[in-house]
Design a protein around this ligand. Structure first.
Ligand code: F6R
Length: 608
């Protein structure tokens, strides 16, 4: 959600800024801009819409300089227009600011600054920062930024340049990630490693409260009192290929097709097949601590919340520990029952989702141990949790989450296996699940090899205005996830329901116009699902079924069928979710939607 890039070195800054912005366009894409220090002044170019429009504006009127900052925006305060696009300039144009996050006391600060004669040129909260830095400037940009931040309430990742103190970028982080990229005679600041990966792999992740001063030759990290801090240099361990489309029409399709590999990566070195358990290096939970867990809370948002629901069923079934799944945004504002024997599992692809992070902090504050299931290495949740299981799915660029979901389910299964074997699960059952896990990559390959079947089904339904997704047990969350995928990228209204619950309301919607997707593998509740299929057919619904074997019971009831391989019940979501990803993808493409950058959405929701 919003992207920040900054460059300082001896080369022209603009190409670095544009390239960084393009790499981060998936994080926000309603407007963009750059500010470059050229000689004694700051020159800005901004444009509403995609980065391509900013590029065109720069091509028409080039900006030259070796230090600059850029931003791609997902609007929070004010519509996505050029005047609201970042960077924002101070009253005398000497300071330019790019900012992710929300300044909560912007109204109060705006009133104070107006009294001092500052005029506002945008509707954004960010503009107050630019004026404030100008107001508090006394000869050093970092001192002015530090003073300004003392006045500010809210969250920020920000980068500031000034024509009065050129040759440096000052950056600060609170609640919104930033990293410094270390080059040879040049340095970068970015909110996302993908923005700078083409130029350096050496990065310093800023911590909460850090302020950094970046020059061509080096960087310093300071605390709020301007005292120097030392921060570790990390190495990014993925390649440019991971953030490029590599011949696929869209990142989403590439990520769907990566799943045999990403699921394998999530398991690599972690399954102990002979003993039916797993080895999880980052768990940070001793045997005694695992045995002492009284209850588990899993908290997450969106797709990650759906995998949490699957985790709940896995853990309760195999470990017999009570589990509650909470929307992170709700958990943080109620009064949940948490003790020091509570384990709070936090699931997040990005590791930066504001509500999920806040929920994790709240759980910690109340005494729970926290365990993060996170994809992005070095992200805030991964750094603040007590223990973690990285998903190792590689960068997920498509805004609709796909490969992260299947990896989350696998990571939950690995954790369940470990805990369950300690808490009484038989070795035979453990081995059965371990073998089923090991078979998943090939089974996913099989599903993907028949993607064209889903494309044909998509062709039939691409004009449907509504969709219903139904499933039971572990496949109820799969129904929710299928519906979410479809609505977010194709803008078709879709709902997921527990299949039997349909009778209590949604059945009223069913007629010959309503496509109903049943997630119906041959599991323990299959017979029950058949009854629900009959109920829909009796009302002339159009049925698409995800099944796992030839089912005489479904003969004559199902209009379209897609077969997935059989696995143990608890792992069916990994296989059943993939045809639903494909269905959503192909329908969206056939409707001409921008699959990778759906309207109103952005990857990584770093505001409440
Ligand atoms: C849906 C989607 C979102 C995210 C949600 C949580 O396709 O991507 O619903 O799952 O915003 O994001 P993370 O997992 O990064 O915390």
């Amino acid at each position: 959600m919003c992207g920040i890039i900054g460059y300082i070195g001896s080369k022209p800054a603009t190409p670095f800024l544009i390239e960084g912005l393009k790499r981060m366009e998936y994080r926000g894409y309603d407007s963009a801009g750059v500010a470059v220090c050229g000689g004694a002044e700051i020159i800005t170019r901004r444009a509403a819409g995609k980065i391509a429009r900013l590029e065109a504006a720069i091509a028409a009127r080039p900006v030259v300089g070796t230090c600059g900052v850029g931003h791609t925006r997902w609007a929070t305060h004010g519509p996505p227009t050029e005047r609201n696009a970042h960077p924002h300039l101070s009253g005398d144009d000497s300071v330019a600011v790019v900012h992710n996050g929300i300044i909560e006391n912007a109204n109060a600060l705006r009133a104070l600054l107006r009294e001092k004669g500052y005029e506002f040129r945008s509707d954004t909260d960010t503009e107050v920062l630019a004026h404030l830095v100008q107001e508090l400037y006394e000869g050093s940009l970092e001192a002015a930024v530090l003073s300004a931040l003392r006045e500010v309430e809210g969250t920020y990742g920000l980068a500031v340049v000034s024509s009065r103190d050129p040759g440096k970028i000052v950056a600060a982080r609170k609640g919104s990630p930033l990293l410094i990229g270390i080059g040879d005679g040049e340095h970068f600041i970015a909110s996302d490693a993908s923005a700078i990966l083409a130029h350096t792999r050496q990065v310093v992740y800023l911590d909460e409260g850090d302020v950094a001063v970046i020059t061509a030759d080096g960087y310093r990290v300071l605390d709020v009192n301007a005292l120097p801090l030392s921060r570790r240099v990390d190495q990014i361990d993925w390649d440019l290929g991971a953030i490029e489309r590599g011949g696929y029409a869209h990142f989403m399709l590439k990520e769907i097709f990566e799943q045999p590999q990403t699921v394998e990566n999530a398991m690599r070195g972690r399954v102990i097949a002979d003993d039916g358990t797993s080895k999880l290096g980052g768990l940070n939970l001793s045997h005694d601590q695992l045995m002492a867990i009284d209850n588990i809370i899993i908290t997450a948002c969106g797709t990650s919340w759906h995998s949490a629901l699957i985790g709940e069923m896995m853990i309760e079934e195999l470990c017999r520990i009570p589990v509650e799944v909470e929307y992170a945004s709700e958990f943080r504002y109620r009064n949940p029952i948490v003790t020091d024997r509570t384990l709070c599992i936090v699931i997040s692809q990005s590791g930066e989702t504001a509500d999920t992070l806040a929920a994790m902090r709240e759980a910690k504050r109340r005494g729970a141990r926290t365990l993060g299931l996170v994809n992005v290495v070095g992200s805030t949740i991964a750094r603040e949790d007590d223990g973690g299981i990285y998903l190792h799915a590689g960068p997920e660029i498509g805004v609709a989450s796909t490969k992260a979901f299947t990896s989350q389910v696998v990571a939950l299964a690995l954790f369940t296996l470990k805990l369950a074997r300690k808490r009484g699960l038989s070795v035979t059952r453990g081995i059965e699940i371990a073998h089923a896990l090991a078979a998943l990559p090939d089974q996913i390959r099989d599903v993907l090899s028949r993607a064209d079947q889903m494309e044909q089904i998509a062709e039939e339904f691409k004009r449907a205005p509504n969709f219903l997704y139904l499933g039971r047990g572990v496949n109820f969350p799969v129904a929710l996830e299928g519906a979410l995928k479809l609505k977010e990228i194709s803008y078709i209204h879709a709902e997921g329901y527990p299949a039997a619950e349909m009778k209590h309301g949604p059945i009223a919607l069913i007629d010959e116009m309503m496509p109903v997707v049943f997630v119906a593998p041959h599991d323990a509740v299959f017979e029950k699902v058949v009854s629900n299929v009959q109920e829909v057919k009796a009302r002339k619904g159009n049925i698409i079924a995800i099944t796992s074997r030839d089912e005489p019971a479904l003969a004559g009831l199902v209009d379209y069928e897609f077969r997935i391989p059989e696995t143990v019940d608890l792992l069916t979501p990994v296989l059943a979710s993939i045809p639903l990803q494909l269905l959503a993808y192909y329908i969206a493409v056939k409707r001409g939607a921008n699959v990778d950058q759906p309207r109103n959405l952005a990857k990584s929701v770093t505001v409440e």
